[in-house]
Design a protein around this ligand. Structure first.
Ligand code: PXP
Length: 241
């Protein structure tokens, strides 16, 4: 079995920079340190309101990232067009609401199907090899993602991460069933949201065939105390062991 890849979301470095309207800490520098620490890829979300990552960051990340670049985006026309120009290795479509603190819940693929049918072929036509839909671990959504032409899903792990005890085991069982279905449908399997140094082992032990995880907040938070490269090494040890 191939090992799970660790992709690191650097949005929170940009959040810190923007809090003081400064030019540092630079998420582009952060991406390089993540790669030195063992990241298999770098993730960013270019939001319509540009609250963290901005257009300059995207341009420089495309030029400097040597590993896999994952561009998280909504289906908003302006952002889709930027993504098609940038040509990341992976485009992950996520829902986006202006008032949310972070991405809440997966895409409703069934309800967004008409727009997804326009956007997904455009992403492939631009030369993007992998298109993932960020979905809840729900059978209908996963079947709809495959039907819409995505070649990967990213399972939303937030409910698992935020729960404890029996609830956590139940959410994990849902994720495992969703993961098995995704693989049976021929989709690459990604996962993310709320994964951290404490819950990762439980998560991974319960999940069959996981290709990739996307982790941000826990790593950037630990970096405040131990430095970014060390924080990445600590997570890479868990993910790739
Ligand atoms: N995957 C997606 C689609 C996300 O929106 C986020 C949050 O930006 C993550 C993964 C990473 O979540 P966290 O920052 O909690 O690790």
């Amino acid at each position: 079995m191939t090992r799970t890849r660790l992709l690191i979301n650097i949005d929170h470095v940009a959040t810190l920079r923007n809090a003081r309207k400064e030019t540092f800490p630079d998420p582009v520098h952060a991406a390089t340190l993540c790669e030195l620490g063992g990241a298999d890829g770098i993730v960013f979300h270019l939001r319509e309101d540009r609250r963290h990552i901005n257009d300059r960051d995207v341009r420089l990340l495309r030029q400097t990232v040597r590993s896999k670049l994952d561009f998280e985006l909504s289906t908003a026309e302006e952002i889709v067009s930027i993504c098609c120009d940038v040509v990341p290795e992976l485009a992950t479509l996520v829902p986006e609401r202006r008032e949310e603190i972070t991405t809440e819940g997966g895409l409703d693929v069934l309800a967004s199907r008409r727009r997804l049918d326009e956007v997904i072929p455009r992403l492939y036509d631009a030369g993007i090899a992998e298109v993932a839909l960020f979905v809840d671990p729900d059978e209908a959504q996963i079947r709809a993602a495959a039907d819409a032409g995505a070649n990967a899903v990213e399972l939303h792990t937030g409910d698992f991460a935020n729960s404890r005890g029996g609830d956590r085991q139940a959410y994990l069982a849902r994720l495992a069933a969703a993961g098995t279905l995704a693989r049976d449908l021929g989709l690459a399997l990604h996962a993310g949201h709320g994964l951290d140094y404490d819950n990762y082992d439980t998560f991974h032990d319960g999940m069959p065939h996981l290709d990739e995880v996307s982790i941000g907040f826990a790593i950037v938070a630990r970096a405040v105390f131990v430095g970014l490269e060390q924080a990445v090494r600590d997570m890479a040890f868990l993910v790739k062991a």
